[in-house]
Design a protein around this ligand. Structure first.
Ligand code: MD6
Ligand code: FE
Length: 217
């Protein structure tokens, strides 16, 4: 039987895990996009290099960020927002490569959200020790659309809670190629990433890259 054959080789066949109502983890979903995806990322990062943003309260983020798409997520002393211009270069953000939009739309469909057409892809880079504090993704105008999140490289512990910051958080390990589609009743849940453990990933080296696709407006 085919199913048994695949079960003998972990991570070959994408599988799905419910994380919360509206949030589903598609294990290994991005694996079949890997080569094209990594080539596209290299091109984006040449045009719009990773940088450490400063939060409105003056805190330098340990995660380095960049964007592609018609708008990108930025943070400075004026606040958090989506902006068509990369403040470092004064130019537009790199265009979202077709392989990225395809991956995002396919993953959203697999999770039951058809017609997902994100304008923005926020790209986060974690080195060992980097973390992302609990937050809500609420700078988008349309909370009906999900967020699609792609993990590459070193495994991370993803924390997700509830609608209140003080809600208890569950932890889930996200590995290379895993995709989380996050929408519906959990769209505004607090979440974050625990400090990245040191390690060396066979494809990505000593880092984790996360892509979050958003319908920003
Ligand atoms: C990360 N992700 O995994 C950060 N937000 O590096 C997020 O903040 C996130 O993965 C909303 C939905 C899914 C996510
Ligand atoms: Fe987030």
């Amino acid at each position: 039987m085919t199913a048994d054959l695949f079960e003998a080789v972990p991570n070959v066949r994408p599988s799905r895990e419910a994380m919360a109502e509206g949030a589903v983890l598609l294990r290994g979903f991005a694996r079949s996009f890997e080569a094209e995806l990594l080539a596209a990322l290299r091109t984006i990062v040449k045009q719009a290099p990773f940088r450490h943003l400063v939060t409105p309260s003056g805190h330098r983020m340990s995660v380095a960020m960049t964007n592609c798409g018609s708008v990108g997520w930025v943070s400075d002393d004026a606040g958090y927002r989506y902006d068509a211009i990369d403040p470092e270069s004064g130019q537009k953000w790199p265009v979202m490569p077709a392989v990225l939009s395809r991956l995002a739309a396919d993953a959203a469909s697999a999770a039951g959200f058809n017609g997902f057409a994100p304008e923005a892809c926020l790209i986060n880079r974690y080195v060992p020790g980097a973390k992302l504090s609990l937050h809500q993704d609420k700078d988008e105008l349309d909370f009906a659309a999900p967020i699609v999140s792609v993990s590459l490289g070193l495994p991370a512990v993803f924390l997700f809670g509830g609608l209140k910051r003080a809600d208890k958080t569950a932890r889930r390990r996200l590995e290379h190629g895993d995709v989380v589609v996050w929408g519906g009743p959990s769209r505004l849940f607090f979440h974050g990433v625990a400090p990245l453990a040191d390690g060396e990933h066979a494809v990505m080296g000593r880092q984790r890259i996360n892509l979050t696709f958003r319908k920003a407006r």
